[in-house]
Design a protein around this ligand. Sequence first.
Ligand code: BES
Ligand code: ZN
Length: 615
Amino acid sequence: MKLSMFIAGLLGFSTLLLHAQTKNTMNDIHSYANSHEAVITHLQLDLSVNFESKTLSGKAILSIKQKTKALSVVLDTRGLTIQKVTLNDSEKPAKFSLGEVHKIFGAPLTIQITPKTTSITVYYSTSPSAGALQWLEPSQTAGKEKPFLFTQSQAILARTWVPCMDGPGVRMTYSATIRTRPDLLAVMSAGNPTMKTPDGVYKFEMKQSIPSYLLALAVGDLEFRSLGNRSGVYAEPSMADKSAYEFVDLEKMISAAEELYGPYRWERYDLLVLPPSFPFGGMENPRLTFATPTILAGDRSLVALVAHELAHSWSGNLVTNATWNDFWLNEGFTVYFEQRIMEKIYGREYSEMLATLTLKDLNETIESLGATNPDTRLKLDLTNRDPDEGVTDIAYNKGYFFLRLCEETFGREPWDAFLKKYFNENAFTPMTTENFLEHLEKQFAIKQNLELAAKLTINAWVYAPGLPANCPQPSSNEFAKVSSQVESFLNGTQATQLETKGWTTHHWLYFLSKLPDSLRQEKVIELDYAFYFTRSGNSEILCEWFKRCIITNYETAFRPMQNYLMNVGRRKLVKPLYEQLAKTEAGKIWAKEVYAKARPGYHSVTYNTIDGILK
Ligand code: BES
Ligand code: ZN
């Protein structure tokens, strides 16, 4: 460290850094990389996995393509210990320096190169607190016997385990050698093994180019179950059959997606079911979606999440948001695509239920952020902020409704034709919001058609806060029935007398969300006696239900809720509960007690959020 700082001083790197920060290709404000001068095209990893020290160590060989006569390559890093850097196959030692550490963005690694430099080898190890890595004790797994490791690179955490150009506007292919204990299987966002090897050494190759946020690795006691010709699921042995049951429709989903927007371009599509501390519902790591076990409801009712992650194989992984300010291009398109897949397989009524829930969540989010809040614009401004702050229902659900408005305005056929072409022509490239709007204009000539322009109000949707009045309104007959049952219940009909026959998870979610905050505790108890919500095995229903229990202080549910908070690490499911608890003095005290015990089991993504709520 001292030596590198000395070198940095000698070379006057601070000015170089400033330059790199302001002049990078896509103007990515969250990356130090100078990809406009020299860009990484291929990454070759060789890493050993050490569960005792909670570190990955080894080397990354980066192939670079020079664009200008650059004197240096600047990479993103955060918390990495750099042992040595060499140039080219000859491994000539290179001068390098680590810049000042920024809490969120990390430290730029500046490496001196010559016009002849074609590759850089960085010898390094990760820190035990690397944001992308979660090292699980055996007790945190289903099997309870073996440790587990998984990565989560999106949005800017790849730099905590790989020195790279960590912005979504840069793409590379990669290969990897991962060395671990022979009783564990390693899998990546690449071509994967289905069986353990005797020596614990695994080789991977990803031939399609990807941005760094899609780099992924998991190591654990995993088994593989085939689901079809090009799909399957990895899970811990005790979860494997349950997982295979839940995801039977996977091949159907892939075909439905292809019919909509063109061929699946990543060869295989497999799922990996992680232990419950995985902080997200799903993560679209190419060829191998990472998923929370909380979607294993036993009745296949939460598989829209798989459709979502699969859809990212087009929206996101093929056509990629150029910067995190354009995040809605990834998520809004994906929610739209997800619902089209669900409609194709399960029918319009089903997807309209999903859309209705999407609108409800969106309205709640806008209400809590405030309708004039700049963060309710589709095009975000995350300058000097953690891109994680952009992960709200705005990108997802406001994005969805804007695209649905496009569909309704242009008509489904022309709109689908446009999207298919859009994914095809822009495959493997970054996309800015402005560039997308140009594509739209080119196809539909909106500006010269006053009627069309007035119907779409593009600027209001993309650049203004709040929800425009022309937001499409989903309509669900099933939910209309649910609403009428809520009304009867509020008007005095006994819970046991309600007409709930045939209701699915979504009916119940809607039912629970429609209950007013003024509902009295005895009515909540009545519901529990009639429908056993507290004993539900469905993570989404439990979350909605526990919110209700907190509001009415229904004490019987608090112990099960504590269990839930201790066992589920998915941010979306625990955050609303801590938020609700934090609203009262007593609730906050209880929440802090539970959190003290639960926090060590949470991923950094989750505890960083909850820390903020309970501070
Ligand atoms: N790519 C996201 C997860 C993500 C976003 C991770 C931003 C880090 C930063 C993934 O596709 C996603 O949206 N997951 C959702 C599920 C979905 C059905 C809305 C989730 O995890 O809840
Ligand atoms: Zn997504």
